[in-house]
Design a binder for this molecule. Structure first.
Ligand code: GDP
Length: 432
């Protein structure tokens, strides 16, 4: 939960303002003689977002002089919170003590909100404007006592506080969904364990049903990802031999619940037909793909050259796939996974504006017109991107385009706009 620290010299109305922010009267903390109040924090909730308010007012550093004390207080607030709210008494104006606080806060990389308190009526608004001089940006006028401006102030506070991962998920429709697929024993469970073991598993699992949690949320490279359908992987359920049919159903299911699939391949063995089948399943489902060559720790230079040749020969359908070498066992290069996933998803999400697409198309076709068929030269009239996820293009033509020419167009489209890691689809509509 993000934290907002409140600072200011004594008597500017910090406690009253804190009570406005947390909207709870009983939260007033009474000074008890002889008891040194430490910093006090409260939970606040506004527009469905939670944050913690820390009142540093009670925190009294053992130094001589008010200015030194508040400067230390501001320093402390800056270090321990996500945003600092400084309260100044607009009736009094900026005092030397306020200046001392401002000097500290001006160095802050954290957001600072300057509140001019005790603006109880319109006349006081111009007093508040004087506080621009503190160099902390626009003074925000409120009356903590009467509640004036407090709703707007809360909106400003929310604006300055960082969003929590949960809030970001809500905003973007949840974390990106990733499937871990590949034939048995390529290291899917090992990779999942590595990812959840070394990185913070945000929530151990997401309940699909209460009995059998299905997905795993994992924080990789400062982003939360949802690894779908990992129940079997977590439990190391093994499919073998006659179970292949079920393994294949599971794979298809995982791919369809995901946006991007990581296809694991055991690079210590020759690339197999089964590996290719899994890659084809991903491409045919229109999902983005990252190929992870696992067990890199078992691979020497000779084998590495060999696998490069195998990939070139066998991955003709997906020359655009992102390929990374990892070792789920040692963890080597596993950090490359998140950037590869991001690249593939960015391609998968991409939209090319129609104008840009057609000016590119015009040039390509002028230089390489479609081959003549049946004595007629088909003309390509217009292109548009009908969809993304995956990028899907529609070409309007005056006649049939040969498969070879379509592949040529796809290659050029990829060269021009870059769709690494994502399948793209090109549909041709013939207009008579
Ligand atoms: P899954 O069936 O795809 O989930 O594969 P597992 O994760 O169960 O791994 C199968 C076997 O390969 C296990 O014995 C793992 O210890 C081993 N393994 C997985 N990843 C690596 C790796 O990067 N290097 C090595 N040497 N062995 C690995």
């Amino acid at each position: 939960v993000p934290t907002l620290a409140i600072v200011g010299r004594p008597n500017v109305g910090k406690s009253t303002l804190v009570n406005r922010i947390i909207a709870r009267r009983e939260a007033v903390v009474q000074d008890i003689p002889g008891v040194t109040r430490d910093r006090v924090s409260y939970d606040a909730l506004w527009r469905g977002r939670r944050f913690t308010v820390v009142d540093t007012g009670g925190w009294e550093p053992k130094v001589d002089g008010l200015q030194a004390a508040v400067a230390l207080q501001a320093e402390y607030a800056m270090k321990t919170s996500d945003a600092v709210l400084v309260v100044v008494d607009a009736m009094v104006g900026a005092t030397e003590t306020d200046e001392a606080i401002a000097r500290v806060l001006r160095r802050s990389k954290k957001p600072v909100i300057l509140v001019a308190n005790k603006v109880d009526d319109e006349r006081a608004v111009s007093d508040a404007a004087q506080l621009w001089n503190l160099g902390l940006g626009e003074p925000f006028a409120v009356s903590a006592l009467h509640g004036r401006g407090s709703g707007d102030l809360l909106d400003i506070i929310l604006d300055k506080l960082p969003e929590t991962p949960e809030e970001i998920w809500d905003a973007v429709g949840g974390p990106r969904r990733v499937a871990l697929v590949g034939k048995p024993n390529v290291g899917k469970s090992s990779l999942l364990n590595k990812l959840t073991g070394e990185n913070r598993a945000v929530v151990d699992s997401v309940a699909g049903t209460t009995v059998d949690p299905v997905d795993s949320l994992v924080d990789l490279d400062n982003e939360v990802w949802r690894f779908v359908d990992t129940a079997g992987l977590r439990k190391r359920v093994k499919f073998s031999g006659g179970m292949e049919y079920y393994a294949s159903l599971r794979t298809q299911g995982a791919i369809e619940s995901a946006e991007v699939a990581v296809v694991l391949v055991d690079s210590s063995e020759p690339l197999s037909e089964q590996d290719q089948r899994v890659i084809s399943m991903v491409v045919d489902s229109g999902r983005a793909v990252v190929i992870a060559l696992n067990k890199a720790d078992l691979v020497d230079e000779e084998r590495r050259d060999q696998i490069d040749k195998e990939l070139e020969r066998d991955l003709v359908r997906v020359p655009w796939a992102a390929v990374i070498n990892i070792s789920a066992m040692t963890g080597s290069r596993v950090h490359r996974l998140a950037p590869a996933l991001r690249t593939a998803l960015a391609s998968w999400d991409k939209r090319i504006p129609t104008g840009q697409l057609n000016s590119w198309l015009g040039e390509v076709i002028a230089a390489n017109p479609p081959p003549v068929r049946g004595g007629r030269q088909p003309r390509v009239l217009f292109a548009t991107q009908a969809a993304n996820r995956p990028p899907t293009f529609v070409l309007f033509t005056s006649g049939f385009l040969e498969a070879g020419y379509r592949r040529f167009l796809e290659r050029r489209l990829r060269e021009e706009f870059g769709f690494e890691g994502s399948p793209i689809r090109i549909n041709v509509r013939v207009r008579e």
